[in-house]
Design a protein around this ligand. Sequence first.
Ligand code: PHE
Ligand code: ZN
Length: 876
Amino acid sequence: MSDPQPVYLSDYQPPNYQVTHTELTFDLDPTATRVKARLMIERHSEASDDAPLVLNGEHLTLLKLALDGSPLTEADYRLNDETLRIEDVPAAFILESEVEIAPSSNTALEGLYQSNGMYCTQCEAEGFRRITYYPDRPDVMATFKVTVIGNATSEPVLLANGNPVAQGALENGRHFVTWEDPHPKPCYLFALVAGDLHKVEDRFTTMSGRQVALQLWVEQENLDKTEHAMASLKRAMVWDEQTYGREYDLDLFMIVAVNDFNMGAMENKGLNIFNSAAVLTHSNTATDAAFQNVEGIVAHEYFHNWSGNRVTCRDWFQLSLKEGFTVFRDQCFSADTNSAPVKRIQDVSFFRTAQFAEDAGPTAHPIRPDHFIEITNFYTLTIYEKGAEVVRMLRNLLGWEDFRRGSDLYFERFDGQAVTIEDFVGCMAEVSGADLEQFMRWYSQAGTPEIDARGEYDYAHAEYHLTLRQRTPATPGQPDKLPLHIPVRMGLVGTKSGKDLPLTMNGETLGKDAVIHLREYEQTFIFTDVAEAPVPSLLRDFSAPVKLHFPYSREDLAFLLTHDSDGFNRWDAGQRLAMLALDDLIAAHRNGVEKVMDSRVVEAFRTLLTGQVSDKAVLAEMLTLPSEAYIAEQQPIIDVDAIHAAREFVRQSLAMALRDEFIAIYNDNVSDEPYAPTPEQIAQRSLKNVALAYLMSIEDEQGLALCEAQFAADHNMTDVRHALTLLVHSDRDDLASPALKAFGQKWAHDPLVMDQWFTIQVTRPQLDVLERVEYLMQHPAFSIKNPNKVRALVGAFAQNRVNFHRLDGKGYALLADVVIELNRLNPEIAARLITPLTRWQRFDEERQQLMREQLERIKREPLSSNVFEVVEKALA
Ligand code: PHE
Ligand code: ZN
């Protein structure tokens, strides 16, 4: 077999043939499902008369093929593993086919597969070709009529997109339902579900007064876990009407929960399919974070109905067109529904850890890649989250009103079409008159731009000179970078007054909080009439996805921590202050010097703990140290042990110095109110639990007692899981073991809780985790075929820095073993799982060597194109 070849954006050609209408009949059977397709096909007006018809199809057994009613024989077409080609076709015709597929042996979870006996589909990006022969590309849009035939007892519920139009009983205990979707759609939005499902139903009246039935379909035992998703859906529907003027467009909206799913959820038209982890919640089984995650994902998929479905992507290089925009929309929704500053802090802190790492690694790619081997490898943080940051910059550059007008124009002009990123940005430029030419580089240039900032206060002239210099490091295939248009939101905080000073530039008053535009490699901005020496507050609210360096002193940071008017930058000042202390401690650890805690960090924390608390959720974030992964991102060479030791030292020093304050915070925030996932309650719980974590880091006697009591009280999963995690991650195995056992027995029947049970155990810092992972992989609740289990156990282990990076290389070998097995079963998940190994360049030579050995070992296997592409890049 030759190596898989990439496809290039520059090779894009419009399709020669359109499918205008698609009729499908599924006769379901685990090992031999029959799929009949009847496609109405028309030649594109610009295609030549002799253009062949080429359809995609993989893992299909072709049984019948007919053109305009006449059967075709093997002489009439050519078939290979990937395509069906018919040389001679008329300008308009009907193509009928029948194929056989085997859902029960589909472990890749793409196309039609079975999960817990239930049938379901996943077609994005290129899964439809595993269902029938079809032009499987998003710029072919057809109306669909789908008949599903199943067994009346094992599949009483038969669902597809759109509205049910017919149903009835058939012979041999079979029955059928026919569905019609009037909105033309690409085949990646097709969906089918069949099984013994139960529904929770609600209604929604749209802004124009149309009635929509809302249905959430789950297995019977999960009927009590749907309330939050349903409430979230209704909130999202209202929000999209009020914020973007977007209304739902069918009479029925369905969500189905399935246990085996590669991703979070999928926006199939009218029939969203969700990973059960992304939809099911109950106060006893799901944490606050899970509740918020569900709310965000339900909204995300719903918002896709416009940003993705009504207006879709021309080709998969444009993936960020729908994903970046939709993530931005769901982020704003969650910010409006919960605490906006905390949402921003959490998103940015995740982004700076994970997306920056992706941008700095061998798989770095632009938001719009120009080539790929396997599109499923491009559902990345860059496409999603960096794509959202770029849309956010557009919103900020234009202001909300123009941005909204641009969005209206985009939806109106391109409704029912498959379009490009230029089409989207073009609408924004058109309504606002903004020049976005340079801005477009954000879409084509990979890597994280870095800004080196310098500032100088000129007392004599009352001026502040701010010099910003940008550079974007080379990424694979892109050695040289052009300067980007970077909006830097900022203020100057007066060191005497502690207030934002008025900003004047070139005689123009800009207010106290302004955006300056960095477009060149280097620019100096001169602020005049600056009455007192300021500390600059730069990149407020993370106004651009860049790394900003400024030589802040610790006093500057302590000052910003208390005085910056921008909540996000107050938090960031705290993070920077902690980072300076951590850097010293990492160096001390490496040099074998005694570690000394920076008293300024202790005092800053004391101020936070004893000051006026305006927002508990923000305070909880401010008291949280940068994660080991984030600290690692800041180091030239990652020293796993030094980072862990330094961070533990800071945690314990803070806990010892501020023990009484933490106890007080804990006690002030316990509550026995019945659980509700409200922003107020969530804020209280996070603050209380942060305090408990500090106390447990020193195994404080009173802290231990509080922790045990919190576990025993069994009030809600947030508190129970947190307490259990702290016990298991402490050295008190005498307390941890019985708790872990009790928890495991109590929840043995609930797969989503068992996922948490796995994760808690394999993220502990003690050096016995590898053996635990091996042991737990044999546990009856584990299955390598279930992506959630793999993520909860193996994926979580690979994030456990001290254990995964053991110097005997056994952590790497374990991951490689699992990748090799999954390469055969589920290539998409296998390719994702390798990520930590691909970052080998960042580690010391010994570890580099060990990681590369495992990548080489994987490479010697017969590889799926998914794993091939990642390993190839990692070893390039
Ligand atoms: N399009 C889905 C989303 O972002 C993600 C997805 C991609 C799901 C591919 C399944 C397969 O909402
Ligand atoms: Zn999406």
